[in-house]
Design a protein around this ligand. Structure first.
Ligand code: YNC
Ligand code: MG
Length: 398
């Protein structure tokens, strides 16, 4: 009974084929057949706007809409709090188009938003020139009015006008039809605060002080040659990432400019730091490993003591240890544990309260040993207008 989604070029439930299917688009279209006028907005009070996110004021309007109305957990205790810097990083990535930052205003008030960025997506051995749709948000007072299908049709139209026919998107809700499902895992860094805001419960057989001690991390990192990534590392990190990602079924394909955008922190960038990326350089000067994480805070909806939680999200990583044929899994597991142990120390040093990771890439090799616990949120992955067999894992998302 998906009134809208049953009309879209996405695989539907109950169409499970008995054997593997040939992967590819569901619907072939031509740019000349795409409407050049926006999808009509049924209610007169609303109008479409294209948001200029290079304009501080308009960026702040999107920040405010999301601050009040974006994704919450099931118990409405926490809400994602995307900073202006994080939105700039997420939405002004290489190839971004202003027309894909779409708002609906009522009067002068921004009351809904949806966005997309262009990206190359590799599904097993095929690379799609696609888009990534994110930050769909409708003001709480306008929920249940079927604005969402209109937003989705409008972003689809604007993407199609550029000759792009596929999209990747994720969500906590089940829609027709996930290609993959991942779970969030959380590793406390400041357990006492997480306890106080109601994020981390104290197990019945434990005590807060014992829990806090369990999650304490050492002061100093232990990998020899570990340092922040610099511009001179771009080619090495690009090459390592490209080779490492070949191990997985669903990944982005980045050029050098994209690696720079997504992984390299610019010291002169405006606002707060968003991305942290570290490399390991061996004695001969070769980059053998790297890992990265980004900062996304969550508002604590009800707490007198704390207004937000600072969370680090594990992003991309790679290590030469995973690239031998055949893969030496125990060596890889040991190396990933050493890398992530140091990532936790660095995140703690940068004042993060919790370190999050999804059950994707090689993460299952270190989650338990590094004391991550499963969260209750699931993340479903979707491909628009693409028929694919079930996929293991998924891409990291902002
Ligand atoms: C959702 N998250 O099923 P049916 S994730 C997609 N993604 O349609 P109404 C969603 N569809 O079932 P409301 C969706 N949530 O009748 C609901 N729907 O077929 C579908 N929350 O519309 C739903 N952000 O406007 C139903 O619903 C129809 O007023 C109902 O608004 C929903 O960014 C929402 O979670 C989510 O702001 C906007 O609750 C609102 O309830 C809200 O009556 C908090 O809508 C924030 C939140 C979602 C985060 C995200 C990814 C979005 C992907 C969208 C799909 C993109 C497809 C690809 C397009 C490009 C194609 C090319 C090329
Ligand atoms: Mg609505």
């Amino acid at each position: 009974s998906y009134k809208f989604w049953s009309t879209q070029p996405v695989p539907q439930f109950g169409e499970e084929p008995a054997k593997l299917i040939e992967e590819g688009p569901l619907k072939i279209q031509d740019v000349k057949d795409i409407a050049t006028e926006p999808i009509p907005l049924a209610l007169e009070q609303f109008r479409w706007v294209t948001m200029d996110l290079t304009n501080e004021h308009e960026l702040e309007e999107v920040e405010k809409l999301l601050y009040g109305h974006y994704v919450e957990d099931d118990e409405a205790m926490f809400r994602f709090k995307y900073s202006a810097s994080l939105l700039r990083w997420s939405l002004l990535s290489p190839g971004w188009r202003k027309e894909w930052h779409i708002g609906i205003r009522s009067g002068n008030t921004l009351c809904a938003f949806i966005s997309a960025i262009p990206t190359n997506i590799r599904v097993r051995d095929k690379v799609l020139r696609g888009s990534e749709v994110n930050f769909l948000c409708v003001h709480k007072k306008l929920r249940g009015k079927r604005l969402t299908p209109v937003l989705i049709k409008e972003v689809t139209r604007r993407i199609n006008l550029e000759g792009i026919w596929q999209a990747i998107y994720t969500g906590g809700i089940v829609l027709p039809k996930p290609v993959s499902t991942c779970r969030y895992y959380h590793r406390a860094l400041n357990w006492m605060k997480l306890y106080e805001v109601g994020f981390s419960p104290c197990p019945p057989n434990s005590k807060p002080a014992i829990q806090a001690r369990k999650y304490k991390v050492p002061e100093n990192t232990s990998l020899r040659g570990l340092r922040e990534m610099e511009a001179k590392d771009l080619d090495a990190v690009h090459s390592l990432l490209e080779r490492y990602l070949k191990r997985f079924e669903l990944t982005p394909e980045w050029n050098k400019e994209e690696v720079e955008h997504w992984l390299l922190h610019k010291k002169d960038a405006p606002g707060e730091q968003v991305i942290w990326c570290y490399v390991v350089e061996d004695d001969s000067g070769k980059v053998t490993d790297f890992f990265s994480f980004y900062c996304l805070e969550s508002s604590v909806i009800q707490s007198s003591k704390y207004s937000s939680i600072r969370a680090a999200y594990l992003f991309y990583y790679g290590t030469e240890v995973g690239l031998t044929t055949p893969v030496d899994r125990s060596a890889l597991k040991a190396r990933l544990n050493a890398l992530i142990a140091d990532a936790l120390i660095l995140a703690k040093r940068h004042n993060f309260d919790v370190f999050n990771a999804l059950s994707l890439m090689d993460n299952p090799m270190f989650l338990e040993q590094q004391k991550f616990g499963p969260g209750d949120g699931q993340l479903h992955y979707y491909l628009f207008n693409y028929k694919a067999n079930p996929i293991h894992g998924g891409v990291n998302r902002m």
